[in-house]
Design a protein around this ligand. Structure first.
Ligand code: B12
Ligand code: SF4
Length: 446
């Protein structure tokens, strides 16, 4: 039997937190390989529960902790050269290199190694793991896929050390590779291979791929050129099977467009889940399409135990809404927050993403947006802009800083918020302070 070793790399970044973070892409790749009769093993360098390398208890974020989120093990490391000017400490998150080496050494030699990648600016962790894997298994081919590999393919091919970089959906890419190695394989519908993980505190579910909107700062189209929704019954069965088998109650939806075509998709999914009386809690860390949240949807989410609701709003600038986002207006947000409040959500539970650091965005625009969200009764969640190759906004950002074209480290969300000198940093801190004080005013501490 052929063997594959899947690896989820460590992260090098200013901050990282396990916010329902799962190597979902890799778990799909693993499912495809198991279906094809391969023996699959996973080395999850972000395993918070590894006996030799447990993550420290999470001291903050009690709300998120109870839903299965938490800190990664971390150590401070020097900032890489392109980030030398960013006034923040830089860390390595995940299992220590020595534990990774031990983990690699105790495994039988695989026939191939499949490494995933997430944020484009997390490539140093990817390179590190490829180097360590090559040290232990010098003759085993390493395949690299995932978001970084898809969006920065040239960079990955030139610098990662992987033998092959596969852009796009890995189930398909790896099928071709497996066919090359072990002959014909039949395609089957897949459930992510969560059983490969040591301990799972929540599951991530994708009910669809892609998004038809095409906002100018978003990579969705680059990653999934077509919007495809899965069969509703298949999604319900997956949620039921996974949560029962793994003994978890927290489910995070990772869709780009969860609420689209609701009548034939998410509404039947939620109704069927309720019918099956599964005691689950749902989370939408990746913002929801706000416009789709009518009264009926707000009530459905409440009745179905959606306990983390995040809405994509980004900006109250009507000009920018028209120019760059096809998804929302200010009236939409006002109406939607009212619907959610009407459905029984508290102000604290209605989290609204506000984007900071977009090209050409001045602090006045952000300030107006913060105030607007607050006035509507929403809890502000500041999201820092990360420029993503292949998007229109990336070209605008590159006109200001051409270095982002060759150096993905400069896509880091922290860089974009705080780089550009002390004035910009001071403005960023002031805006963060304003967001916090507006939130405190909305929900005074008990
Ligand atoms: C869910 C999600 C999150 C979650 C958690 C992610 C997780 N790991 O679970 C949360 C909410 C935490 C998050 C946070 C952020 N995210 Co996010 N996130 C996503 C999202 C919507 C889905 C990721 C996912 O689970 N996909 C599902 C799996 C199945 O897909 P996949 O991993 O790509 O895997 C497939 C292929 O890539 C491939 N593959 C994967 N591995 C391998 C391996 C091999 C060998 C092969 C062959 C193939 C292969 O096959 C898989 C199956 O088809 C993506 C957008 C998207 N559509 O992908 C954005 C995305 C990755 N995030 C993005 C951004 C901007 C952010 C934030 C910076 C937002 C912000 N401003 O705060 C933060 C950053 C967090 C941080 N610490 O820096 C950007 C990327 C930015 C970048 N420069 O790389 C994306 C692309 C969205 C966008 N706007 O365009 N995110
Ligand atoms: S609506 Fe959301 S997922 Fe769709 S393109 Fe815009 S930002 Fe991306």
């Amino acid at each position: 039997m052929k063997r594959a070793l899947l690896i989820n790399p460590p992260i090098h970044d200013f901050t990282a937190f396990d916010l329902w973070m799962k190597p979902l892409g890799l778990l799909y790749v693993g499912a495809a390989m198991e279906t094809a009769g391969w023996k699959v093993d996973l080395l999850d360098c972000l395993d918070r529960f590894h006996p030799d390398c447990p993550a420290p208890p999470t001291k903050t974020q009690p709300r998120l902790q109870q839903f299965g989120c938490g800190n990664f093990l971390s150590e401070q490391i020097p900032r890489p050269k392109p980030l030398a000017d960013v006034p923040r400490s830089y860390h390595r998150y995940g299992l220590s290199p020595s534990v990774i080496q031990k983990e690699l050494a105790r495994r039988p030699i695989p026939d191939l190694i499949a490494v995933t990648s997430m944020m484009t600016y997390w490539y140093p962790g990817v390179f590190e793991i490829i180097r360590l894997a090559k040290e232990t298994f010098p003759s085993v081919p390493v395949f690299l896929g995932g978001v970084y590999a898809t969006l920065c393919r040239d960079h990955a091919e030139r610098h990662s050390g992987a033998d092959r970089v596969l852009a796009g959906p890995g189930e398909l890419g790896m099928m071709d590779v497996m066919r090359e190695i072990s002959g014909p394989i039949e395609w089957k519908s897949l459930t992510p291979a969560y059983h490969l993980m040591r301990r799972v505190t929540s599951v991530n579910v994708l009910t669809s791929r892609g998004c038809p909107f095409g906002c100018t700062y978003c990579a969705s189209r680059e990653l999934w050129p077509r919007f495809v929704q899965r069969n509703a019954a298949e999604v319900v069965n997956e949620i039921e099977t996974l949560t029962e088998r793994l003994g978890v109650i927290d489910v995070a939806f990772c869709d780009d467009a969860l609420l689209l075509h609701a009548k034939s998709h998410i509404l039947p999914i939620l109704r069927e889940l309720r019918k099956r009386k599964l005691a689950l809690r749902f989370h939408t860390p990746n913002g929801l399409h706000t416009r789709m949240m009518d009264e009926e949807m707000a009530l459905e989410l409440r009745t179905s135990h959606f306990v983390t609701i995040r809405l994509s709003f980004e900006t109250a600038s009507e000009q920018r809404q028209i120019d760059s986002m096809r998804k929302i207006s200010n009236d939409d947000l006002r109406r939607v927050i009212a619907n959610l409040l009407g459905a029984g959500y508290s102000h604290r539970e209605i989290e609204v993403y506000v984007m900071m650091g977009l090209p050409g965005q001045d602090s006045g625009e952000v300030e107006d947006t913060l105030q607007f969200v607050h006035d509507c009764g929403g809890w502000i969640k500041v999201a820092q802009y990360s420029p993503i190759p292949g998007t229109e906004e990336f070209d605008r950002a590159a006109a200001v800083n051409p270095a982002i074209r060759d150096e993905p480290l400069l896509h880091n969300k922290t860089v974009f918020a705080v780089a550009g000198g002390p004035e910009r940093f001071a403005s960023f801190r002031r805006l963060k302070g304003l967001a916090n004080s507006l939130n405190r005013r909305l929900v005074p501490p008990a």
